[in-house]
Write a protein that binds this ligand. Structure first.
Ligand code: ZN
Length: 279
């Protein structure tokens, strides 16, 4: 069986037997992979092994059966590169990271690579060390939605094209793909009322990294750094609550897209509520 080498991050882990695990790994060059890691939890006399951890990053070698590339692959080697300890030490950060991992697993296909999305997950896990968990998550989701072609239009009404900046009476429709102005809102069935300031933050992120603009990957990666600062500055400048409202818009869009709520949604919203009250 041909061996594939890549770098990956564990999005989901499932104990399969006493010594084996099934992992959903998002790799940089091969997209999502479901692998069985046999004997990975086998302990030696010297040290107990709990296997490969959630959100761990490592060098992966796996084998796929020719013609059965969509089936489960076999993990033959895993060398941990980064464990993102700061994420595991804080429940709020952990929920934000797991929410990002869960929607990535849901919305990407096996063997469909998105290198930029892989890099965005790495950025998310790193950013969680220093910036507000929800701000980091909003930044990640915004990049993810671009990569999978589902980024909504936040600057102008998707129905009539009217500039929506500064509009206080705004709605959002997932199926229509963005904001809906006051005049068009009565004609749209699937919609939620949204916070104008939160919509503006997302629209600002759009401006910071224009889609399909000039410049290659390098330039886009550079713009990614500015984006993080844009969200970060927004947290400083505005209220943390505005960032939370921005996340709620994206969560609504993702829920409509996936046809179900993310499992981590409830715990994350509870933490957000605590953070708002504690301020
Ligand atoms: Zn309109």
């Amino acid at each position: 069986m041909p061996l594939q080498k890549d770098i990956g991050i564990v999005l989901r882990r499932l104990d399969y037997s006493e010594t084996s695990q099934i992992l959903v790994v998002f790799t940089r060059e091969h997209g999502q992979q479901r692998v069985i890691a046999k004997g990975v939890k086998r302990s030696t006399k010297k040290k107990a092994s709990t296997g490969i951890d959630l959100l761990e990053q490592g060098r992966i070698v796996f084998s796929q059966r020719p013609g059965k590339e969509d089936a489960m692959a076999t993990l033959t080697e895993w060398r941990q590169e980064e464990s993102y300890v700061h994420v595991h030490r804080d429940l709020y950060r952990m929920y934000a990271a797991q929410y990002g991992a869960e929607v990535t697993a849901q919305l990407t296909e096996v063997n469909d690579p998105h290198a930029m999305l892989f890099d965005a997950i790495v950025s998310l896990l790193r950013d969680l060390a220093t910036i507000d968990p929800v701000a980091a998550l909003v930044q990640f989701l915004w990049t993810m939605l671009r990569e999978i072609g589902l980024r909504p239009e936040m600057s102008r009404c998707v129905n009539c094209g009217r500039d929506a900046a500064g509009d206080r009476m705004l709605h959002f429709s997932s199926h229509a793909g963005g904001v809906i102005c006051r005049d068009c809102e009565p004609h749209v069935v699937e919609k939620i009322r949204i916070d104008g300031e939160a919509a503006l933050i997302l629209a600002t992120l759009n401006g910071a990294a224009p889609d399909g603009g000039e410049g290659g990957d390098e330039e886009r990666a550079g713009a990614g750094g500015t984006l993080v600062h844009a969200v970060d500055a927004a947290v400083e400048r505005a209220d943390r609550r505005v960032i939370h409202r921005a996340f709620e818009i994206l969560d609504y869009h993702l829920t409509e897209t996936m046809g179900k709520q993310a499992r981590l949604r409830g715990p994350l919203f509870a933490m957000m509520g605590q953070a708002e009250r504690g301020k």
